[in-house]
Ligand binder design. Structure first.
Ligand SMILES: Cc1cc2nc3c(=O)[nH]c(=O)nc-3n(C[C@H](O)[C@H](O)[C@H](O)COP(=O)(O)OP(=O)(O)OC[C@H]3O[C@@H](n4cnc5c(N)ncnc54)[C@H](O)[C@@H]3O)c2cc1C
Length: 277
C-alpha cells in the first residue's frame, strides 16, 4: 500500500514551519526522521494534506550543556544520542537505549523529538525521559512553553502537544556525583520493540523508575520508587506489579509482562549494586 497523495513543504526555520502548520488548517504533519510517520502514511494510518519537512532545521539539532542542564535538540538523531559524550556523561540511560531501538538504518534517520512526539508506549526514549525527570520544550503560534515529562505522555500515540506546536528540545538535569542510570528490557529479537522495559535512575533524592511496553503510555512507578528508597526490593517488585496494567497481545500476555517488569527491576537493582552501567 502507498500513502495517499498530499502536499510537501520544506520549512526554512521554526517560524516558517509553524506558519505552514497554521495555514494547513489542522491537515499539516511534521516530518522529522520519517521512520514512524512514513510507515503510518503508507499503511493509511495517518494522512494529511501537507507534509511539513523540518528535518533540515539545524537549529533543532545537537546537544549542549548549560547551567546544570543538558539540552538536546528535537532533531538530534538516535545514532547521535548514542555516541554523544555529553549524553553519555549526563544521561547514559538515553545512550544505552539507542542500542535497543530498531536497526542501524532507522537509528540513522530517527530523531529523539520524533520518538517523543510519536509516543509509542513500547518506545524506549519516552520512558527514559520520564525516569530522568525531563522537560519538553515546545513552540507554537503563541510562543514557547515547557511541559514536564510526567504531563507530556497522555495516551497511546498521544501527547500534550497541540497540533499547532513543534517539540523543539528536551532538557534533563546534568548527572550529580554518584548518580546511576540503567535500562533493562526483554525483546524477542534484537531490534524488536520490547515486550517490557524499565529505566532506573538513582539520585541522592531517591530512585526513579519508569516502564515501557506495559501500558498505554510510559509509566512512572511511584509505589516501587518509595519501596526502593526504603531498601525494600521485594516490596518494590510487589508495588510495581500492582501499579501497572499491561496489555495482552500476540506477543505476550498481561501476566507475563507483569512478571517481566519485576524481573527487570531486580536486574536493574543488581546492576546498580554491581556499579555496572
Ligand atoms: C521497523 C521499525 C522498528 C522500530 N523499532 C523501534 C524500537 O524498537 N524502539 C523505538 O523506540 N522506536 C522504534 N522505531 C521508531 C523509530 O525510533 C522512529 O524513528 C521514531 O519513533 C520516530 O522518529 P522520527 O524522527 O522518524 O519521526 P517521524 O516519523 O518523522 O514522526 C513521528 C511523529 O512525530 C511527529 N513529530 C516528529 N517530530 C516532531 C517534532 N519535533 N515536534 C512535534 N511533532 C513531531 C510527526 O508529525 C509524526 O506524527 C521503529 C521504527 C521502525 C520503522
Amino acid at each position: 500500500m502507498k500513502a495517499s497523495a498530499g502536499g510537501y513543504a520544506r520549512a526554512e526555520n521554526v517560524r516558517h514551519a509553524l506558519d505552514l502548520l497554521a495555514a494547513s488548517g489542522g491537515q499539516g504533519r511534521l516530518l522529522a526522521g520519517g521512520q514512524s510517520l512514513v510507515a503510518a502514511m503508507n499503511m493509511r494510518l495517518s494522512a494529511g494534506d501537507l507534509l511539513v519537512d523540518i528535518s533540515r532545521l539545524s537549529e533543532l539539532s545537537g546537544v549542549t550543556e548549560q547551567g546544570g542542564t543538558l539540552h538536546i535538540g528535537a532533531l538530534t538523531r538516535h545514532v547521535e544520542i548514542g555516541s554523544d559524550p555529553l549524553v553519555k556523561t549526563h544521561a547514559p540511560v538515553l545512550a544505552a537505549a539507542v542500542a535497543h531501538i530498531a536497526h542501524a538504518a532507522i537509528r540513522n534517520r530517527g530523531t529523539i523529538g520524533g520518538a517523543l512526539a510519536h509516543a509509542d508506549p513500547a518506545a524506549e526514549f519516552p520512558a527514559c525521559a520520564l525516569a530522568l525527570g525531563a522537560e519538553m520544550h515546545a513552540e507554537g503560534p503563541d510562543g514557547t512553553r515547557t511541559i514536564p515529562a510526567e504531563d507530556f505522555f497522555e495516551e497511546v500515540f498521544t501527547t500534550a502537544l497541540d497540533e499547532s506546536e513543534i517539540l523543539t528540545a528536551i532538557s534533563v538535569p546534568v548527572a550529580e556525583d554518584g548518580e546511576k542510570q540503567v535500562l533493562e528490557e526483554v525483546a524477542r529479537r534484537s531490534g524488536d520493540y520490547a515486550l517490557a522495559g524499565l529505566c532506573l535512575v538513582k539520585r541522592a533524592a531517591g530512585h526513579r523508575i519508569a516502564l515501557f511496553s506495559v501500558g498505554p503510555k510510559p509509566i512512572l512507578a511511584t509505589g516501587a520508587m518509595t519501596a526502593l528508597d526504603d531498601g525494600d526490593l521485594d516490596g518494590a517488585v510487589a508495588a510495581l506489579a500492582a501499579e501497572i496494567d499491561p496489555p495482552s497481545d500476540t506477543q505476550a500476555s498481561a501476566a507475563y509482562r507483569r512478571h517481566l517488569a519485576g524481573v527487570l527491576l531486580r536486574r536493574a537493582v543488581a546492576r546498580l549494586k554491581g556499579d555496572n552501567q
